[in-house]
Design a protein. Structure first.
Length: 193
């Protein structure tokens, strides 16, 4: 996938340490942003397929933190920590993500929520401290596939919310996904630069 950036030199300086994943989601960006930033929503869709999330603490504000555990399908627990560095609702979020507050290998991410008619294009940029850390995330932890699955889970969860609010009948708000994707939810892209 080819990506463009208005960052000029800054984009070139991080290109070998970056992962970019995007997806078009069939819902307005205010709803997508709310699902991404509300703790009551996050535990229902966050993470790759088969993962669940337990939040220990959450404060969505600049400087606030999300301390949580991701539970893998094999029973492995992954300690996670995020601090929010920038919030421009409903357009952009920047964050630092690691295993703990003092994680020397924490990575930076920023997400943009772009209106696309009645849909939203979400673009997730992740920049690691070194190329080796990025390569390890891709090869050992399957960061691209996991990121794509996470955005697919978000798309499916938001579709359930939209269906309920439109009066389309009861929809489960559970955190599991069916693997079914509608045409409105397709359009994911992932790349390592």
């Amino acid at each position: 996938m080819a990506t463009t950036s208005s960052g000029g030199e800054a984009a070139h300086a991080t290109a070998d340490r970056e992962i970019v994943i995007s997806r078009v989601i069939g819902a307005p960006r205010e709803l997508v942003f709310e699902a991404f930033t509300g703790v009551r929503h996050l535990s229902r869709w966050w993470g790759p397929e088969g993962f669940t999330t337990t939040t220990r603490s959450f404060e969505f504000r600049v400087g606030g933190q999300w301390d949580f555990v991701m539970h893998g399908p094999d029973g492995t627990d992954y300690q996670e920590w995020i601090t929010w560095r920038e919030i421009v609702a409903p357009e952009r979020i920047a964050l630092l993500h690691g295993e703990s507050r003092d994680d020397p290998n924490a990575f930076e991410s920023w997400l943009t929520f772009e209106p696309a008619g009645a849909q939203t294009r979400i673009v997730m940029h992740t920049v690691f401290r070194t190329r080796e850390l990025r390569d390890e995330a891709v090869e050992k932890y399957h960061a691209i596939e996991g990121g794509e699955q996470t955005l697919r889970n978000l798309a499916e969860y938001v579709a359930q919310i939209a269906e309920r609010s439109a009066g389309g009948g009861p929809a489960s708000a559970g955190g599991t996904t069916t693997g079914h994707e509608s045409g409105q939810q397709s359009g994911q892209e992932g790349t390592v630069r």
